[in-house]
Ligand binder design. Structure first.
Ligand SMILES: [Zn+2]
Length: 118
């Protein structure tokens, strides 16, 4: 990373700038906090409704790239396939509904900056 004060290139994860001694770790921390704040800008109710309607879209709305190591597009594709299967086998609508509710709750919690259960 480049030092924001003097522009010197430092090793990734360096604590201090080698040239001017500026603390670099704090900057990384600030970035994380900023990212969290950006996420909490999102409306938890919208995230929940989106994840309920089509699994994964709520995560996409929250700018998440992956949840539990599974990329968000994987959830969306899975959700769409589940929707088609449910159309032909309505009995699967019941577990499908439960999954949708659980993922809606998870998206709601994540939108509030909490871990969620996934
Ligand atoms: Zn510097």
């Amino acid at each position: 990373m480049f030092c924001p004060r003097c522009g010197t290139e430092n090793k990734e994860g360096a604590k201090y700038c080698v040239k001017c001694g500026l603390t670099l770790q704090k900057l990384t921390l600030q970035k994380t906090i900023q990212q969290k704040a950006e996420m909490s800008d999102k409306n938890p109710a919208i995230a929940a409704i989106l994840n309920f309607l089509i699994i994964g879209v709520g995560y996409w709305y929250l700018n998440l790239e992956e949840v539990r190591g599974i990329p968000v597009w994987g959830y969306i594709v899975g959700g769409l396939i589940l929707g088609v299967v449910e159309f032909f086998l309505p009995v699967l609508g019941i577990p499908g509904f439960i999954i949708s509710v659980l993922l809606a709750i998870d998206a709601y919690q994540k939108a509030q900056g909490e871990q969620g259960f996934l």
